[in-house]
Design a protein around this ligand. Structure first.
Ligand code: XMP
Ligand code: MG
Length: 180
């Protein structure tokens, strides 16, 4: 275990098992369809890579980079698109893949922006859900794990861009935040 990690919240075996379960559920739900799977960078990159390999249906992939403004939890347009989709989503079944649903503002606003482009459907797959922090009216259609209100890193998630490559999800030692 990395010396900056206080506790492992979800280990590699449990991650793999749960991502497989999500892939099976999505495979049943998207039978006969060919969705566009959209990774929200950067936090989703490892989850997305594992998830698409257990989804047994034809699909295409695309990526977005967004940054969220503060703003109201129910107002739209508070999401800044730093890298937009390369694909046209009109008529498509879109699956947004996110690392963690926290306040929910980012995905609430992003879904609103994308829904105006005429997709057939938009669903959300979030590896982690922190429901205690929710401010916007949004839930994910596929959730890996519900987690307590603690800052987590690993399996794509970062603190100050570090720890993304850890193979598990862990809670950082408090001194990591307070030093430097
Ligand atoms: P919302 O809009 O739902 O934003 O508040 C979700 C984004 O906030 C970041 N986030 C975290 N990143 N560990 C992280 O590494 C965490 O515990 C955490 N909580 C929120 C993350 O970028 C996510 O996409
Ligand atoms: Mg993120």
């Amino acid at each position: 275990m990395n010396r900056d990690i206080q506790r492992i919240l979800v280990d590699e075996a449990r991650l793999s098992e749960r991502v497989n379960e999500l892939g099976r559920a999505m495979t049943a739900d998207y039978a006969g369809r060919e969705p566009l799977i959209v990774g929200i960078l950067r936090g989703s990159f490892i989850f997305m890579a594992d998830l698409v390999r257990v989804c047994d249906f034809p699909c295409t992939v695309d990526f977005m980079v967004v940054s969220s403004y503060g703003g109201g939890a129910t107002s739209s347009g508070n999401v800044r698109i730093l890298k937009d989709l390369s694909e046209d989503i009109s008529g498509r079944d879109v699956i947004l893949v996110e690392d963690i649903l926290d306040t929910g503002r980012t995905l609430y606003n992003l879904r609103d922006v994308l829904s105006r482009r005429g997709p057939r459907s938009i669903r959300i797959a979030a590896l982690l859900d922190k429901p205690d922090r929710r401010e916007a009216d949004i839930t994910a259609d596929y959730v890996g794990f519900t987690v307590p209100n603690e800052f987590v890193v690993g399996y794509g998630l970062d603190y100050d861009q570090r720890y993304r490559t850890l193979p598990y999800i862990g809670i950082l030692k408090p001194e990591v935040y307070t030093s430097s």
